[in-house]
Design a protein around this ligand. Structure first.
Ligand code: SAH
Ligand code: SF4
Ligand code: F3S
Length: 439
């Protein structure tokens, strides 16, 4: 019977959260987590399918794990997550050393799957998309020393943006009940966490309709914000088409809700936004940014954008750059469009050459670097509230984040970990700020 496990996580925050679910489950069953796959009896690779790159990485990691198994036939290897869902049983054919293929909506059946591993009863594939997200069983001490953590409040996506594989691998949207969410958050707080980020593929389309009660996303935020010990509350990722006035007002009356929103825009050209099936125009997006900033002047806005969508002309790309100049995001995740089999975009004409995609991405990233640095420099001399998360990579230094999610490093002893401190920003860099604690 396997006793040591190793989990490799290759995807987004939701994948991280799922890996924590699996790890807690295994620890509760008496397993121990090990830091090197060579010492494990069970290896789980939690995969991502959103672009070709993470897909390739997953295969190459699986290849390395398979060679470990050649020297240790009792090793069990499982592929879980979005790529496991997408490829299903064909993975077992392609990788003979692989034992388990488990999609992200099947994690709640891990008990059953676990019994099969236990009895060494051979290969197993689980890729139904119909199951509701499971409730993690509390695991005492698992989150030791983690100041910030996640709670998934909904899963899946109904939007089917034309380029995106997520709806195919995470299934339809389903919201968890407020009772479950609150219980999970309370458990994290009792373990010492001080900041919780609510997760969902479209977190702001959260809606719980119970027999007697109906809970909107702002109502859930309000309820959670009152939990004892919660210093900060965040959420990600929001979809522009579901950004309600109520949610904007929540930033004003919920005191521990961080003034930060991650609001992907994807493209600045209406023609491309339409082909992407995003459900909003450039003007509508800019209107939302305006409304957010009018109501919450210090709100930090971050976003996702893509270059090289099929048919994207130089003019379309210029409109994307123009939107970036106009909004001045605090930071931006930018990607080259990647064909995903089975999506609408995969079948579209006008695919963009990869050198053009790379050059557009470089131009865009250079522009954003200038903006990020300019915005960070403007913080020099300011006093910012920082939630101290732990030691930084350099000895004698601690690291934390501002409400706007910027990393701040400073000299201090460990006694400040887990608390909010005011820090004077002395130097700003592209990816972090350096400061001194205001005593
Ligand atoms: N639900 C979120 C996005 C989840 S995927 C939203 O709607 O904003 C995270 C990011 O990956 C997306 O915002 C998009 O920028 C990028 N992405 C998704 N599919 C992609 C593809 N096929 N090629 C390149 N980037 C992609
Ligand atoms: Fe993908 Fe669009 Fe759903 Fe985001 S909203 S997960 S980009 S389909
Ligand atoms: Fe990747 Fe799945 Fe997240 S495809 S981005 S791990 S939801």
């Amino acid at each position: 019977m396997p006793r040591n496990f190793y989990i490799k996580t290759m995807g987004c925050q939701m994948n991280d959260y799922d890996s924590d679910y699996l790890a807690q489950f295994l620890v509760n069953k008496g397993f121990s987590s090990v830091n090197t796959p060579e010492n494990a009896d069970l290896i789980l690779i939690n995969t991502c399918a959103v672009r070709a790159k993470p897909e390739q990485k997953a295969y190459s990691f699986l290849g390395r794990m398979s060679s470990i198994k050649k020297g240790n036939p009792n090793l069990t290897i499982g592929m879980v997550g979005c790529l496991a869902q997408l490829k299903g049983p064909e993975l077992l054919k392609r990788f003979p050393q692989l034992d388990l293929v488990i999609g992200p909506r099947e994690l709640g059946r891990f008990q059953e799957i676990f019994e099969k591993i236990d009895r060494n009863s051979g290969k197993f594939v689980a890729t139904s998309l119909d199951l509701a997200p499971p409730q993690p069983a509390p695991c005492k001490g698992y989150f030791h020393k983690r100041i910030t953590g996640h709670v998934a409040i909904m899963e899946g996506c109904n939007n089917f943006c034309s380029y995106c594989i997520v709806p195919y691998v995470r299934g339809r949207e389903i919201s968890r009940s407020p009772d479950e969410i609150i219980a999970e958050a309370e458990n994290l707080l009792s373990e010492g966490m001080r900041e919780i980020t609510l997760l969902g593929q479209n977190v702001n389309s959260y809606l719980w309709e119970g027999e007697k009660t109906k809970w909107s996303f702002p109502a859930l935020l309000h309820e959670l914000s009152r939990l004892d010990g919660l210093l900060r509350l965040r959420f990600t990722t929001s979809h522009p088409k579901d950004l309600s006035d109520d949610l904007i007002h929540s930033f004003l009356y919920i005191k521990n809700l961080c003034h930060h929103i991650h609001l992907p825009f994807q493209a600045g050209s209406n023609r491309i936004l339409k082909l992407m099936k995003r459900g909003y125009t450039r003007e509508k997006y800019l209107e939302l940014i305006d409304k957010l900033r009018k109501n919450i002047p210090d709100i930090a806005i971050t976003s996702d954008v893509m270059v090289g969508f099929p048919g994207e002309s130089n003019e379309d790309f210029e409109l994307t750059l123009d939107l970036i100049r106009d909004v001045e995001f605090d930071s931006l995740f930018s990607f080259k469009y990647s064909d995903r089999k089975g999506t609408f975009a995969e079948r579209m004409d006008g695919k963009i050459d990869k050198t053009v995609k790379s050059s557009r991405l470089n131009i865009l990233q250079d522009l954003q670097k200038e903006i990020t640095l300019k915005k960070n420099k403007a913080l020099e001399g300011r006093h910012l509230e920082v939630l101290v998360e732990g030691p930084s990579k350099r000895e004698g230094q601690l690291t934390g984040r501002t409400a706007s999610h910027k990393v701040v490093n400073f000299n201090s002893n460990n006694s400040r970990i887990g608390n909010l401190h005011t820090v004077t920003i002395k130097h700003s860099f592209l990816n972090s700020l350096w400061g001194e604690v205001l005593e």
